[in-house]
Structures are given as structure tokens and as C-alpha cells.
Design a protein around this ligand. Structure first.
Ligand SMILES: *Cc1c(COP(=O)(O)O)cnc(C)c1O
Length: 485
């Protein structure tokens, strides 16, 4: 016979666990404090082996684990904690988020529903975001793994709103040829959501863009709507983007809201990072005008609010449609009047996950610690830095800007004269790789007008103006090196 303590998975000696845990916390704090000295580090062979050990039939214990985490895992971060990480759209993470993750882990709350502290925290966060984006008090919301998941939820609600609850039983049999519309540069998450919901990629019309903010050409949008209606298609939704992933372009949400009202269409806004312009200074704030008129809004905290991965959210104006799209309470999930099984809402009724983690705490903590004003100041700084980068690009003869910088994204390329465009593309890819490997600056690449561009998306609260100077100097140095060869 063995006693239950022998089979316990809890620490045998809590005092020694405490010491090991404190040591790991110190390592985490050192990592954060030295973010500027710790760029992305390539995963070498030794590290790879350490990160992928054989299936652990027998464990090494918490003490060795704590050391392994500090020495073999922690150093190999993506690098987005560094002030010159501008690739893709990677948020930096905040010190308050580290504290929140610790507390959340100790609590191990399941936020699918029931009546306990974590639910009230999530409710508070959703309420705050409703206020920030001007949604009505009775709008519903949910924290998600990110804008991709938020988009699926929003479009599912849009469909129920437009087609009625029966779509849950009959699927798309009653809903053939439903069409959604978005800007040419809209994110792949929107197409994926329509694919996943069974409409297929062909149900998404990509409308060309125009104008200084790079938004959808509304004349073309109206033409496409008329064409589709004439062909017996059923337009149901317009997806506006505030902050396109490639260039930070913004649709004119107000004008699209007017159009959706006229045409009886659901207005979904993909505001993944860009919707946070709403709390920035002018002129950036104006790019987020009209968000309060959206039927649904998908956005992230893990990009431009700098909160740790992963955390996005969806807000839906029509709580009943949101609920109608997802609520399902079999016997084992019946609500109680009182006790842990009480409370309302249960978040499992607003999305596809039943068991859910306590994402809300990191958002709650970051907002509590820094306040909207400090986060907003950092967001405005990032916009200023992107504009500064654009000015440096414009005065560099060998560099060429890819698109006007309207928000926090700057695309540019090395375009040496007399080199054919394909070879220029290759050079730009080489520059991105070289600078990443050298740990100088992380840029990613994208294609604009059929050409490869270097791309900086600045969602980094650690970036200083000098980092922008350094980054462009490093690019120019890399260009000079390539020119000599
Ligand atoms: C990042 C991004 C998405 C997808 O969001 P995730 O949080 O990565 O799922 C969607 N749209 C835009 C504009 C984005 O930048």
C-alpha cells in the first residue's frame, strides 16, 4: 500500500520548491530587464536537442526543471521583447503581464462559466473595451486566443443575425451564396474564417483600395454589391479593416457603416492592432473613427496593447445573435441558482471553447498597472516612430518607400539602379535575413505591387527614436555591403 502523499504531484519539499521558483523568477526578471541586450537567438543544435528531449518516462523533478527553464528555454525567445524587433506584428509583453501570468497559473481558473473571481475580471475587461470602442452597454464580448478566433465568432454571429437561428440546424443548406466583402489587403484570417464556417473562400470578394489611407474603394464596393445582387447572390457582411497587416491601411469605417445601414449588411471590423489608434493622439485617432458603429469588432491585446500572448477579443453589438450562435447547455452544464454553478454570463455560450484559461487577468493587470493613458502614449510614440522611419527612408537615395505611412507600419525596399526587379527582391530578402541573424534589427518582408519590401510594424513599447535611426543605418550598411559584391 502506498500513502496518498507518495503519489502526490505536489512538491515534496515546499521550501526547496520556493527557492527554486524564486531563482526562476529572478531569471525571468533578468531576461526582461536585459531585453535590450537580448535579441533573438538562433536555436543551435545543442539547444534543439535540449528543447526536444525523449519522452520523459521518469521525471527530473521541479528543481532541475526550474534550472532547465532558466538556462535552456528562456534564452530562446522569439526576440520580440527586444526594442528593435519590428517583424510581422509582434507585441512585446509587459512586466505587469508577468505578474498576472503567475497569479493566473496559481489560480488555474476555468473561465468557461460558473461563478468565481476570474469571470468578474473578464467581465470588467469586456466592459472596459466596450467603453473604449463606444459599443453599447448591452453589447456582448469574449476574450479569445486572437483576432483569428474572434473573426470566426463574429462571422458566425453575423450569419445567425442575418439568417436566423435555424442556420445552426440546417447549416448552409438554407444559406447558399452568402457573400462577404473586404479590402484587397485584408488579413488571411478573414478568408480562413469564411472557409471554416463553410462559405468557402469564393464567398469573399476582395475590393481594390484607393486614397491616402489605402481603404476600400467604395464605388467599386457598391458596384460589386449590385453585380452580386443581380446574380441572385446574397451579400451579408462587409469586413472593414483598421490597420491592414501589410501597410497599416485603414478603411473608412464611417462611410462603410453608412453603406451597410443602407444595404442592410453586417459590418464587421478587423481591428487586430489598428483599432487601438482610437486611444492614440491625432491624427492617428481619426483613422479609428466610426468603430462604435460596427456590428462586431475583432482585435488583439497581444499586438498593440503589448499584453503577453495570447489574448484577443471580440465585441458584438447584438448580444442575442452572439448567444444564439453558440449557446448550448446540455444537462452536465445546467445553471444553478446559487453556488459555483451560478452566475451569468457563462462564456462558453459565446464561443467554441468550453474550458478556457484566465486570459483576462493579464489584460486587467496591464490596464490597472499602466492605465489607458500610458498605453496610449506608447501607441502614439510607435506611430511617430514609423513616420520618422519613413522620413529616413525618403532621404536615403538607395531606399524606396512602399506605401504612405499612415499608422505604425513602414514598408520600404533597397532599389539599386540598374539591378532588375527580381534581383532587387532577392536582395531585400537577404537584408532581412542578415539583420535578423546579426541581432541588429528584425524586419519581415512582404509583397506590394508585385515587389518584395522590407516591413517594420512597430508595436513595441521599448523602442526609442534612436532605435529607428540605428535600424535604418543598419539597413543602409547592409545595402552598401551588398552593392560592393
Ligand atoms: C494579426 C492580424 C490578424 C490575426 O490576428 P491573430 O491575433 O494573429 O489571430 C488579423 N487581422 C490583422 C489585420 C492582423 O494584423
Amino acid at each position: 500500500m502506498c500513502s496518498s502523499t507518495e503519489h502526490s504531484l505536489d512538491p515534496e519539499d515546499f521550501d526547496s520548491f520556493r527557492r527554486d521558483a524564486h531563482a526562476l523568477l529572478d531569471a525571468c526578471l533578468d531576461h526582461l530587464k536585459a531585453a535590450r541586450e537580448r535579441p533573438w537567438r538562433p536555436v543551435d543544435g545543442v539547444a534543439r536537442a535540449a528543447l526536444a528531449p525523449a519522452l520523459p518516462e521518469t521525471g527530473i523533478g521541479e528543481s532541475r526543471l526550474a534550472r532547465e527553464l532558466a538556462e535552456r528555454v528562456l534564452p530562446f525567445s522569439t526576440g520580440n521583447t527586444h526594442p528593435r524587433f519590428f517583424g510581422w506584428v509582434h507585441g512585446t509583453g509587459l512586466a505587469a503581464g508577468l505578474l498576472a501570468d503567475m497569479a493566473a497559473s496559481a489560480m488555474n481558473s476555468n473561465c468557461g462559466g460558473r461563478d468565481h473571481g476570474a469571470i468578474y475580471v473578464e467581465r470588467a475587461v469586456i466592459d472596459w473595451t466596450r467603453r473604449i470602442f463606444g459599443f453599447p452597454e448591452d453589447a456582448s464580448g469574449l476574450l479569445t486566443s486572437g483576432t483569428s478566433q474572434s473573426t470566426v465568432i463574429a462571422l458566425a454571429a453575423a450569419r445567425v443575425h442575418k439568417l436566423g437561428h435555424r442556420v445552426r440546424a440546417s447549416g448552409l443548406r438554407d444559406a447558399p451564396d452568402h457573400i462577404a466583402y473586404c479590402a484587397a489587403g485584408a488579413h488571411s484570417a478573414n478568408q480562413k474564417a469564411l472557409e471554416l464556417l463553410g462559405h468557402g473562400a469564393q464567398a469573399l470578394r476582395r475590393i481594390p483600395t484607393t486614397g491616402p489611407s489605402g481603404g476600400m474603394d467604395l464605388v467599386r464596393l457598391e458596384e460589386q454589391l449590385a453585380t452580386d445582387r443581380a446574380a441572385d447572390k446574397r451579400p451579408f457582411c462587409v469586413i472593414a479593416t483598421v490597420g491592414s497587416v501589410d501597410t497599416g491601411a485603414c478603411d473608412d469605417v464611417e462611410a462603410i457603416a453608412d453603406l451597410c445601414a443602407r444595404e442592410d449588411l453586417w459590418l464587421h471590423v478587423d481591428g487586430a492592432f489598428g483599432c487601438w489608434a482610437r486611444i492614440a493622439d491625432r491624427p492617428w485617432r481619426d483613422l479609428a473613427r466610426g468603430l462604435e458603429r460596427a456590428d462586431s469588432l475583432a482585435f488583439d491585446f497581444h499586438k498593440w496593447m503589448y499584453v503577453q500572448y495570447d489574448c484577443g477579443a471580440v465585441l458584438i453589438r447584438h448580444a442575442d445573435a452572439h448567444r444564439a450562435a453558440f449557446a448550448m447547455r446540455p444537462h452536465y452544464l445546467e445553471a444553478q441558482e446559487e453556488g459555483l454553478g451560478g452566475g451569468d454570463p457563462w462564456y462558453c455560450d459565446y464561443g467554441i471553447e468550453l474550458s478556457r484559461g484566465f486570459r483576462a487577468l493579464k489584460v486587467w493587470s496591464c490596464l490597472r498597472a499602466y492605465g489607458l493613458d500610458r498605453l496610449a502614449a506608447s501607441i502614439s510614440d510607435n506611430c511617430r516612430q514609423a513616420a520618422h522611419m519613413a522620413r529616413l527612408v525618403e532621404v536615403a537615395n538607395e531606399l524606396e518607400l512602399g506605401a504612405p505611412v499612415v499608422l505604425n507600419v513602414c514598408c520600404f525596399r533597397y532599389a539599386p539602379k540598374g539591378v532588375d526587379p527580381q534581383d532587387q527582391d532577392a536582395l531585400n530578402r537577404q537584408i532581412a535575413t542578415r539583420l535578423q541573424l546579426d541581432g541588429k534589427v528584425v524586419l519581415s518582408t512582404t509583397r506590394l505591387n508585385e515587389r518584395t519590401f522590407l516591413r517594420a510594424a512597430i508595436v513595441n513599447h521599448r523602442t526609442r527614436d534612436e532605435d529607428i535611426d540605428f535600424a535604418i543605418a543598419a539597413v543602409r550598411e547592409a545595402c552598401a555591403g551588398l552593392a560592393k559584391r
